[in-house]
Design a protein around this ligand. Sequence first.
Ligand code: SF4
Length: 476
Amino acid sequence: MTESTRFDFKHNIAKALKDLQLRKNLRSAMDGLRVKRLAVFDDADELAKLRHYGNAVKMRALNRLPDLLEQLEQKCTQNGIQVHWAETIDEANHIILEIMQRHKATKMVKGKSMVSEEMHLNKFLAQNGIEALETDLGEFIIQLDGETPSHIIVPAVHKNKDQIARTFHAKIPGAPYTEEVDALNRIARTTLRKKFQDGEVGLSGVNFAVAETGTLCLVENEGNGRMCTTVPPVHIAVMGIEKVVEKLEEVPPLLRLLTGSATGQRITTYFNMITSPRKPGEKDGPKEVHLVLLDNGRSRIYGDPQLRQTLYCIRCGTCLNHCPVYTRLGGHAYGFVYPGPIGEILTPQIEGLQAAGNLATASTLCNACEEVCPVRIPIPTLIRRVRNESYDISSAAVIPGHGYRRNPMEAIAWKAWALVNTHPALNRMGTMLAGRLGHLLPALGPLKGWTDVRSRPRFAPKSLHQLTREKGVPHA
Ligand code: SF4
């Protein structure tokens, strides 16, 4: 990303903050999600144990990632699932296109999948004459409006029911205008049901892939995931390589953490476990199942023990719901697929710091995200790492684009600061000057931006050193 797109982030922030309807919609949705999460995790000891377990499961899985992926491939293949490896999003998109073309399919029905958003799959398929229809209600709404998700769990969280009513009335042929929630649901259900019958290929994400059994687990509430994975004759599942876990017994606690953190539910309405295509004698299910394993920079992230913790993420979205920045901006301001705290650490590592390093500045480091993360990712520490690497030109830095923000003048300024603070005479002189002239500083140059929206700091006329000396406190 260039300087101008970094400017766009600031522009996006200013635009989001001025949108009072967006602020209202977000506040009501975020408050609701936080209250539900608190209610479902009402036993603090149980939650602490669960989070500890979730962290341990993901740590173990990530430490053995190459082995587990091989085991997953072997088990899936034994079960009749065709496994494909994609190093880049371009490769993943072409694998899916090739499957569609082989079946002469032009209609895809999609369950919710953030990885497919990461791949910009719908746009790619549209360019190749294929219609991909989102069937998750939130995704369906934003697809009608030509938008991207603004939250990883609740993609249309930025809209209220009146806005959705207007969208349905304007974009679905024959849909009456109604603000009644049940009626809106009925319109969506009737429209989508026909589309499921026409879908030639179904696509889904994967929440957990179990290496020991080759099972693909899919969590959902609306039944659309089950429709996408059972009605069309071909099912394609896409997942980031970090979604693999070792054992089936590890899934239930992770599921409890995911559903409780995401939507405040003990369990979702549907939990699908896909282990094979339709077997002889079975009445439903696809004849072919494909699994596309996407890397897209994840192997590089895996290579660094600290950054690897980013890959523990189970995409529950609760760090977004608790982030004082996200809850005021919504997801679109972030400009990339993954917004909020997880986006601030994941996106710069995938897209590179020049493209997305500025996302890491959108944090107060208040630590709320780490306190609620069900798998205990140290998000603020990783945000600081991303920020530091933006300035780091040493060989220890690993994130693509590291050091892009390094400015020789700034480096000289920090050296001068270090010199002043390690020499008492210089420090005393600096303190005296700050006391006398400091009131001018924030009004000058780049520091002026600070005082545009904040009270100007007042420097004390005398240093603590001077005051204690005047009071006769002995100095060492
Ligand atoms: S970083 Fe943690 S809290 Fe945020 S989406 Fe991922 S698992 Fe959930």
